[in-house]
Design a protein around this ligand. Structure first.
Ligand SMILES: Nc1ncnc2c1ncn2[C@@H]1O[C@H](COP(=O)(O)OP(=O)(O)OP(=O)(O)O)[C@@H](O)[C@H]1O
Ligand SMILES: [Mg+2]
Length: 286
């Protein structure tokens, strides 16, 4: 291996330190924790705003600062496996390495690259994951070129390695790690499907929008608005989602019709509306 000067020798900055609020729709938390315990990897498909990124952060939070909130899994054996696995990392938790995939993502972004002229080396997220453990989170991986994603194949199977050809060595991952991919198959260009060899390395789960009572709970929790207003907002959201669903047949011809209102925009709009009302209320009092 060539001698280099690592610019990012630790995963500093990748830890999820704030509490992450997430309401599970089905058994996705249990699935992810069990996958982590068993050294398996997870792919989550869901429409925009269905909570995929929040879910990934919640898992990283649970494996770190939120350790005490880890739920008891159905299988006692898996619970024990999980707790034994993460016990040595109680103090630090596990980093979450977010990779927002796009066409320009290169293998070197995931592995690492030389910077400048002084043998300086910047580790990519996959290599950081192999060195220090944690969650490598690939958002919209189908947007990346298929040959780029191949880099993670040995990290996602029994080899648990990342090859670093530019430095002439293979990093063996000795710490617990998991790859989470999240994507929206409804939004995806049908030509941008995963390679079967990529897909088969992951457990796949679909998350739709939360059912009404859960969505009500989430919106109330995140905005503090009353039940009636929250119900009306959900009704509007449902209408637009139905519209998006009905136009599905036109997906390729009219790409913009694919998007229904997602929770994030709802929440942002409610926040803006509440702020406006407060300002008006303040003016009245003054
Ligand atoms: N189950 C949930 N529990 C808590 N919050 C949720 C849940 N689902 C959605 N949200 C909230 O909705 C908003 C959007 O969620 P998020 O960004 O995770 O969605 P996403 O699926 O990653 O969207 P995109 O595909 O556009 O990236 C966030 O504010 C998030 O907190
Ligand atoms: Mg997201």
């Amino acid at each position: 291996m060539r001698k280099i000067n690592e610019l990012n020798p630790t995963p500093e900055g990748y830890y999820v330190t704030e509490k992450i609020y997430y309401e599970p729709q089905k058994g996705e938390i249990e699935l992810a924790l069990s996958a982590f315990a068993c050294g398996l990897h997870l792919a989550i498909d869901g429409p925009t705003g269905s909570g995929k990124s929040t879910f990934a952060k919640r898992i990283a939070y649970l494996l770190g600062k939120g350790y005490k909130e880890i739920p008891k899994l159905k299988s006692e054996k898996t619970t024990k496996l999980l707790l034994d696995k993460i016990e040595p990392y109680r103090e630090t938790g596990f980093p979450l390495y977010l990779v927002s995939c796009n066409e320009d993502l290169a293998a070197d972004d995931l592995i690492g690259r030389e910077v400048g002229m002084n043998e300086d080396w910047l580790n990519g997220q996959a290599l950081l994951g192999a060195k220090h453990g944690g969650i490598i989170y690939l958002d919209e991986p189908a947007e990346a070129r298929k040959d780029t994603l191949v880099v993670i194949h040995p990290l996602a199977d029994e080899r648990a390695t990342v090859s670093v050809p530019k430095l002439g060595y293979v990093e063996e991952c000795k710490k617990p790690h998991m790859i989470i991919m999240t994507y929206n198959s409804m939004y995806q260009d049908p030509r941008k499907k995963f390679k079967p060899s990529t897909a088969q390395r992951f457990i796949h789960e679909y998350l739709g929008y939360p059912e009404e009572s859960l969505e009500l709970k989430i919106i109330k929790e995140k905005t503090g608005i009353d039940t009636n207003l929250a119900k009306r907002i959900i009704m509007i959201a449902k209408e637009t989602r139905n519209l998006a669903e009905q136009r599905k047949a036109n997906i390729i011809a009219f790409p913009d019709y694919r998007v229904g209102i997602e929770d994030k925009r709802l929440v942002d709009q409610i926040d803006a509306e509440l702020e406006r009302l407060q300002i008006e209320e303040g003016k009245k009092v003054a």
